[in-house]
Design a protein around this ligand. Structure first.
Ligand SMILES: *Cc1c(COP(=O)(O)O)cnc(C)c1O
Length: 380
């Protein structure tokens, strides 16, 4: 019988990959570069850790199972996962990508992929139909939902209908919600990407990435790419992600509960011009999220009245840390303009509403009273 998601974060239905005979509950860290063969033509199934390692295999199986994919591959970072996906394309290929994306993805697309001859068109896929932008050489559509940092919501199923009709790949960066709240492959996506650094790891203690494939054909290609280019996640980091994922369900629930309360509290503050959280009924993507996800997550963005206030808040927060990244147990506040989105062209920042008054919050699992008290003293 298939397990429910909370159980899947901790256990595999089939434990055939447990190589350890000791009965260890925590999966062992196979800190080895290579594996011995018993004789010619004989193999334990492992040859060399760039190709595969038991600890990596375990974390990959858990992630594939959570996303409902045929395979997941663990990379040394979210960016190396996205860079590996870009190796699916050749010079002359064309991709359509959403306008509001993680800054690192924008940098990869326009400074590396473009140089390698991949043509990229940015479209506001939250508002616009991508069909008129599809050309002879278009190969894929790349989205995040909700987006970083403006929390725009894309209808995955609607876009998947278009990609299927036009024989394109739909690639979804699912970092913001994690498979606990959203499983894009089940909505018609072909590939799911994660920065495992964020919710999957959940403790701000390591960098990791995943590519999950919905079909064997792409899975094989991704396997070939990692084997060849070699950005596999190291055994100890695989173990950290395995450990982090065991509490994914409880962390996501608590972070969301705190996010809803903070969103409502921020809304009432005179210093706050707007709160962008898809869990709020007035959020334009609220209904689509209700349809395609089982929760709204722990990320929220808010705009304050002045840049001076931004400076004051970032200086005065004590419990809440002024730091990049998200998805950990600690609440972090980020200034997209100079941090995550520093390399995004100014005209795009303006178009997406990323002003010098916008702050992004990754809500952690602390007590809500302590978070509110910290903001109260920082605002005051
Ligand atoms: C952080 C992040 C990435 C990049 O992942 P790294 O692990 O930092 O390389 C990609 N996409 C999103 C949405 C992210 O938040």
């Amino acid at each position: 019988m298939a397990y429910d998601i909370e159980t899947k974060c901790i256990h595999l239905e089939h434990k055939e990959t447990t190589c350890d005979k000791s009965g260890a509950i925590s999966f062992p860290i196979y800190q080895t570069a290579t594996f011995a063969h018993l004789g010619l033509g004989q193999s334990t199934g492992y040859d060399y850790s760039r190709l595969q390692n038991p600890t990596r295999e375990q974390v990959e199986k858990i992630v594939a199972n959570l996303e409902g994919g045929v395979d997941a591959v663990a990379f040394s970072s979210g960016m190396s996962a996205i860079a590996a996906v870009m190796e699916l394309f050749s010079p002359g290929d064309h991709l359509i990508v959403d306008e509001d994306l993680y800054g690192g993805s924008v940098r990869l697309f326009f400074s590396i992929s473009s140089k390698n001859g991949v043509e990229i068109t940015r479209v506001n896929l939250c508002k616009e139909n991508p069909e008129p932008y599809i050309k002879e050489n278009t190969k894929a559509i790349f989205i995040e939902t909700p987006t970083n940092p403006m929390m725009n919501v894309m209808d995955i199923q609607k876009i998947a209908e278009i990609t299927k009709k036009n024989h394109l790949l739909l690639i979804v960066d699912n970092t913001f919600l994690s498979p606990y709240f959203q499983t894009p492959l089940k909505l018609g996506a072909d590939l799911v990407i994660h920065s495992g650094t964020k919710y999957l790891g959940g403790h701000n203690d390591t960098i990791a990435g995943f590519v999950v494939s919905g079909a064997e054909e792409t899975a094989e290609k991704i396997r070939y790419i990692i084997k060849t280019t070699g950005a596999g996640l190291a055994p100890f980091d695989c173990w950290l992600i395995l450990r982090g994922m065991k509490t994914l369900a409880v962390r996501m629930e608590k972070a969301q509960e705190n996010a809803i309360q903070l969103a409502n509290w921020l809304k009432e503050r005179p210093e706050v011009v707007r709160v962008i959280y898809p869990g709020l009924e007035e959020h334009p993507g609220h209904e689509v999220m209700k349809k395609q996800a089982s929760g709204f997550g722990g990320m929220l963005t808010f705009e304050v009245t002045s840049k001076a206030l931004v400076e004051q808040i970032l200086k005065k927060v004590k419990l809440i840390q002024f730091a990049e990244s998200l998805g950990g147990v600690e609440t972090l506040i980020t200034y997209p303009l100079t941090q995550t989105h520093a390399d995004v062209p100014p005209e795009d920042l303006a178009k997406n509403g990323i002003t010098d008054r916008v702050l992004r919050l990754s809500v952690g699992i602390e007590h809500i009273k302590d978070l509110i008290n910290d903001f109260e003293q920082a605002f005051g």
